[in-house]
Design a protein around this ligand. Structure first.
Ligand SMILES: Nc1nc(O)c(N)c(N[C@@H]2O[C@H](COP(=O)(O)O)[C@@H](O)[C@H]2O)n1
Length: 206
């Protein structure tokens, strides 16, 4: 088994970094998964801080803000790993090209090669916890297993809500609106080949 190190976003495995340019929808739209992670430190606590991070231009700015603004959520240490997992799931479901990079790591070990972070990364001497690498491997293994099933199980909006007509107000509010928004993000994140497969499965033609 090889070890795959990643750090800089312009390198081969750069899409695995939270700093890679992949938009994520997680409670709201964020420019990168780093924006999402840093913003969640203030979720339900300070909308102003959340908004400041959401509107920051780069993931570096988002990280700087997230590490300097205060106070952060009291439960942050307990919830941060689960939140990172959910954000990564969202990122790799919603971004086909990033998912391809993740899948290209095969069964190999993934390590965030960062010297000054011994929680999320390898920590300089290899004794770091590498939590980000562990989560990426978990997301990779779960998505690889479920992806095909997911394509088949996720109903098109018109099949999920057969009572709604094409211009129904139900698509612009409540459950119909949420489903349509999430479904569109999910569908747009599929490869062209998977979109075709999905249409054939549900509608009998691409
Ligand atoms: N590029 C980069 N620079 C650093 O200094 C880092 N610590 C990281 N690691 C990433 O930072 C995020 C966590 O930040 P907190 O310190 O918990 O606020 C997470 O995305 C790590 O992957 N990256």
């Amino acid at each position: 088994m090889e070890t795959i190190n990643f750090y800089k976003t312009n390198e081969k495995y750069g899409s695995l970094s939270n700093f890679s340019k992949h938009e994520v929808y997680y409670y709201r739209f964020w420019k990168t998964s780093e924006h999402a992670f840093q913003g969640m430190k203030f979720y339900g606590l300070s909308y102003d801080h959340e908004l400041l991070i959401a509107s920051s231009e780069t993931p570096h700015e988002a990280a700087k803000l997230g590490r300097s603004l205060s106070p952060i959520r009291e439960d942050w240490e307990e919830v941060k790993t689960q939140i990172m997992y959910e954000i990564l799931m969202a990122k790799f479901i919603q971004n086909y090209d990033a998912r391809e990079v993740l899948f290209s790591t095969g069964k190999n070990k993934i390590v965030e090669h960062i010297k000054n972070d011994s929680f999320w990364g390898y920590g300089g001497d290899g004794n770091g916890d590498n939590v980000l690498g562990m989560l990426l491997m978990k997301v990779r293994d779960e998505l690889e297993k479920k992806y095909d099933d997911c394509i088949i199980e996720k109903l098109p909006p018109e099949k999920k809500f057969p009572e709604y007509t094409e211009n129904d107000i139900g698509w612009r509010m409540g459950a119909g609106e949420d489903y349509l928004k999430n479904w569109t993000l999910w569908f747009n994140g599929l490869s062209k080949e998977d979109q075709k497969k999905y249409k054939i499965f549900h509608f009998g033609k691409p």
